[in-house]
Design a protein around this ligand. Structure first.
Ligand code: G4P
Length: 284
């Protein structure tokens, strides 16, 4: 299978982000905890050069907790400040401002020396589509959301959300499109729903996904669909057929509807109903 994928509006979005980044102190990059490196756009390292950097492993509620802990260590070792969370839950937001302050400690000290006291830290969220940027901004801003209007030093037209007394968040996240030339990365992005389903045959994608499940989470399918099949020793095609039958996805003449079964499989995976899973291992 060859994944052909063409990002739209990428240049314009990147140019806008380049402008926005000039205004901010810290770039908070949201990654999908289930595929942290695959959901990381490498352009951000250039765009955010000389800025404080923070990584949020989002959707951690659907990822394998032990693997997420290892990914946290991985990014910390690369110099990022790291948090993992479920952005839909306000409860995960507590450490965010503290971590932002910690990441910008040196900058705050430099400002103090220059007589600049209590200038809020300006933060911006970036990430690939569907990683949870809007959800994060809404949750983070919920507690004490004050829109900061046009005032000296704040670019006209930009909306900032004041969080507490010392953090301002740009209310428009920076969208980066995923990048890949490795087909495995493309597959992971397709599994998590970050690249459009329409460009891939759903059932073909499902057969690949079943390969991954066989190796990594071999009981997930029998547990979820109550199918009586030897997962390890069956053809992926047969497994998908059984899922179709179990879920009454049938075409005319009672033929199993594999596309529908594949849609159910991905819907279940993407909403966490298949269990907590991480698709990507830390590189050697
Ligand atoms: P984006 O701005 O980066 O494009 O992403 P957005 O916030 O729109 O989130 C995309 C989807 O991911 C939404 O689901 C959202 O609820 C879900 N999501 C965001 N953060 C988390 C998280 O930490 N954990 C989980 N489990 N899901 C998360 P949706 O189905 O598209 O919308 P909705 O039905 O929830 O409204």
């Amino acid at each position: 299978m060859n994944i052909q994928w063409y990002p739209g509006h990428m240049t314009k979005a990147k140019r806008m982000m380049q402008e926005d980044i000039k205004l901010i102190d810290i770039v908070i990059e949201l990654l999908d905890a289930r595929a942290p490196l695959s959901s990381k756009n490498p352009d951000i390292d250039n765009l955010a050069a000389n800025k404080s950097r923070m990584v949020i492993l989002n959707k951690a509620d659907m990822a394998d907790a032990r693997k997420t802990a290892k990914w946290e260590e991985y990014f910390k070792a690369k110099g990022f400040f790291v948090l993992s969370m479920d952005s839909r839950k306000n409860s995960g937001m507590k450490p965010v401002s503290d971590t932002i302050r910690e990441a910008c400690k040196e900058k705050i000290a430099r400002d103090r020396k220059r007589g600049i006291i209590n200038r809020p830290i300006r933060a911006m969220i970036v990430g690939i589509p569907n990683v949870g940027k809007s959800t994060f901004i809404n949750s983070y801003a919920k507690k004490s959301c004050t829109k900061v209007g046009n005032k000296p030093g704040v670019t006209k037209g930009k909306q900032w959300i004041r969080i507490g007394k010392d953090v301002e968040l740009l209310d428009t996240p920076g969208i980066l499109w995923p990048k890949f030339d490795d087909q495995e990365v493309g597959l992971r992005l397709a599994y998590i729903g970050s690249i459009n389903d329409e460009i891939l045959t759903k059932s073909e994608l499902a057969l690949k996904f079943i390969d991954f499940l066989k190796i990594n989470y071999c009981n997930a399918l029998t547990d979820r669909y109550n199918i009586d099949i030897d997962i390890q020793n069956s053809e992926n095609f047969e497994i998908l057929k059984q899922i179709a039958v179990a879920r009454l996805c049938l075409l005319k003449g009672n033929e199993p509807d594999l596309d529908k079964a594949a849609a159910i499989l991905f819907d279940d995976f993407r909403s966490g109903r298949l269990g907590r899973m991480t698709l990507e291992e830390i590189p050697e």
